[in-house]
Design a protein around this ligand. Structure first.
Ligand SMILES: Cc1ncc(COP(=O)(O)O)c(C=O)c1O
Length: 398
C-alpha cells in the first residue's frame, strides 16, 4: 500500500471491503507484461475456460465490466424502443441502465419482504404486459432470488431471463451455480467484488447461439479477432451485427484467473464471518438481518442489515464512523434517482417496500481478511452507536 493510500486508510479501523491480492496476482501481471501480448488472447481464453468449469456452464465470455455484460445480454435478445424489461429498483444502477442502452424501458418490480430483498415473483408477474420481453433478477448480497418461480413465469410468458450475478460468484441453489439458471448470467470483477480484476466482467450462458452473438458483439461483431489473425487463422473480417468494444485484456484476465483460484476459499471465509455476525446480531434489538434463514448457499458478498424505523440512519452511520467502522448503503432505489424521475415521472410511493428498505438498510464490513475479533469489534461499535443514536420519530418507516 502506498503512503497516500495508508493516509486515506487511517480514517478507518475497519473498511467495508478489502482486496485479496497476493504474489500470484503480481507475478501473473508481470508474466503478461513480458509476454508481448496485452489485449484479449490466450490468458482470456484460459480464464473463460476456468470460469465455465467452475460454474459448470457451457460458455463464459469475459468482458470489460458487468455493465457491458448486462448490455450484451439484452442486446442479443434484440430488444429496443417500445419493449419492456422487468427488473428490481433495489439494485446497482447498471442493472437498469443496461436496459435503457438498448432503447427498451425498465419496469421496476417490488422486493419480496423486509426479510428477502430479492424480486417478488408475484409482483414480477403482475407487471407483465404485451410489451414485456425479459426479466432481470439480482441476487442481492449473493442470496438467491426466487429462481424457480421466476423462471417458471418467464417460460410461461415466453420471456428471456437474465441473472445479475455481480454479488453471487459461487452462490448456489439446489446444486446449480447462480448465473447459470436463467438464459444469461452476468458477473462483475469491480474492485469491491468477491473476486476482482480492478474493472472486469463476464457473461455466461448454456446457449450456443447466444454465446456466438455475445462473443462477437463484445468486439464489434467482427467475424475474426486480432488474436486469430496473429495466429494466421484469418486474414480479414466481416461485421455481421451492431457490436461494441467490450473487450477485456490479458492483464485483467490473468488476475481474474488467479483470483478465481482463491474464490471458493474466500467465499468460505465470508460465510464463516457472516455466521459469526448472525450469531451476534440476532441478539440485538432495533436491527434485523435479512435472508436469515436463506435459500441455497450465498457467496456472502456484503453484510446488510435493516435498522428499526425510528433509528436515524445518517446519525447511525456517523456514529460508526466515529468508532472507525466504515458502513455503506446498498442501494438508493434506482427509480428515485433524478434521471429516472425526470425521464419517467417516477415519484415516491411507487414501490413502498423497496423505498422503506432502502431508507433503513446499512451494510457492515465483510471481507475474507477480517478476523473473528473484527466482527466482535464491529458489533460492539454497533451496540454503542445504537445506544446513542437519536430517534428520528420513525420517518424511515412505511
Ligand atoms: C448488482 C450490480 N450489478 C452490476 C454492476 C456493474 O458492475 P461493473 O462495475 O463491473 O460494471 C455492479 C457493480 O458494482 C453491481 O453491484
Amino acid at each position: 500500500m502506498s503512503n497516500i493510500e495508508k493516509k486515506a486508510d487511517a480514517t478507518w479501523a475497519l473498511r467495508l471491503s478489502e482486496l485479496e491480492i497476493g504474489d500470484e496476482e503480481i507475478q501473473s501481471v508481470v508474466d503478461v507484461l513480458e509476454s508481448d501480448w496485452l489485449t484479449m488472447g490466450p490468458r482470456t481464453e484460459a480464464f473463460e475456460v476456468a470460469f465455465a468449469q467452475f460454474l459448470n456452464v457451457k460458455h463464459a465470455i469475459a468482458v470489460t465490466n458487468a455493465t457491458a455484460a448486462l448490455h450484451l445480454a439484452h442486446h442479443v435478445h434484440d430488444i429496443g424502443p417500445g419493449d419492456e424489461v422487468i427488473c428490481p429498483s433495489l439494485t446497482f444502477i447498471a442493472t437498469a441502465n443496461s436496459i435503457l442502452y438498448t432503447g427498451a424501458t425498465p419496469v421496476f418490480a417490488e422486493i419480496t419482504s423486509e426479510k428477502d430483498f430479492n424480486l417478488d415473483p408475484n409482483d414480477v408477474e403482475r407487471r407483465i404486459t404485451s410489451r414485456t420481453k425479459g426479466i432481470v433478477v439480482l441476487h442481492y448480497a449473493g442470496y438467491c432470488a426466487a429462481m424457480d418461480r421466476i423462471k417458471e413465469i418467464a417460460d410461461r410468458h415466453g420471456l428471456y431471463l437474465i441473472e445479475d450475478a455481480a454479488h453471487a460468484p459461487g452462490s448456489e441453489l439446489g446444486g446449480r451455480k447462480l448465473g447459470t439458471i436463467g438464459d444469461v448470467g452476468c458477473f462483475s470483477f469491480f474492485s469491491n467484488k468477491n473476486m476482482s480484476t480492478g474493472e472486469g466482467g463476464l457473461v455466461v450462458t448454456n446457449s450456443d447461439q447466444l454465446a456466438d452473438r455475445i462473443r462477437r458483439a463484445r468486439s464489434h461483431s467482427m467475424t475474426s479477432f486480432t488474436w486469430d489473425r496473429v495466429r494466421g487463422h484469418a486474414h480479414s473480417y466481416d461485421v455481421v451485427d451492431l457490436g461494441f468494444n467490450y473487450r477485456i485484456d490479458e492483464i485483467r484476465s490473468a488476475i481474474g484467473f488467479t483470483q478465481l483460484g482463491r474464490l471458493s476459499k474466500n467465499n468460505d471465509r465470508r460465510k464463516a464471518l457472516m455466521e459469526k455476525y448472525l450469531t451476534e446480531l440476532r441478539q440485538i434489538d432495533k436491527i434485523a438481518v435479512p435472508f436469515d434463514p436463506a435459500d441455497g448457499i450465498s457467496a456472502c458478498h456484503i453484510c446488510p442489515l435493516l435498522l428499526a424505523q425510528e433509528i436515524d440512519r445518517a446519525a447511525f452511520m456517523n456514529g460508526m464512523k466515529e468508532r472507525g467502522i466504515q458502513t455503506s448503503i446498498h442501494y438508493p432505489p434506482v427509480h428515485l434517482f433524478s434521471y429516472y424521475r425526470d425521464r419517467f415521472g417516477f415519484q415516491e410511493g411507487m414501490l413502498p417496500l423497496t423505498e422503506m428498505v432502502t431508507r433503513r438498510e446499512v451494510t457492515l464490513p465483510l471481507y475474507p481478511g477480517m478476523h473473528d475479533e473484527d466482527v466482535i469489534r464491529v458489533v460492539g461499535a454497533l451496540v454503542d452507536t445504537l445506544a446513542t443514536t437519536p430517534s428520528n420519530g420513525g420517518v424511515n418507516g412505511t
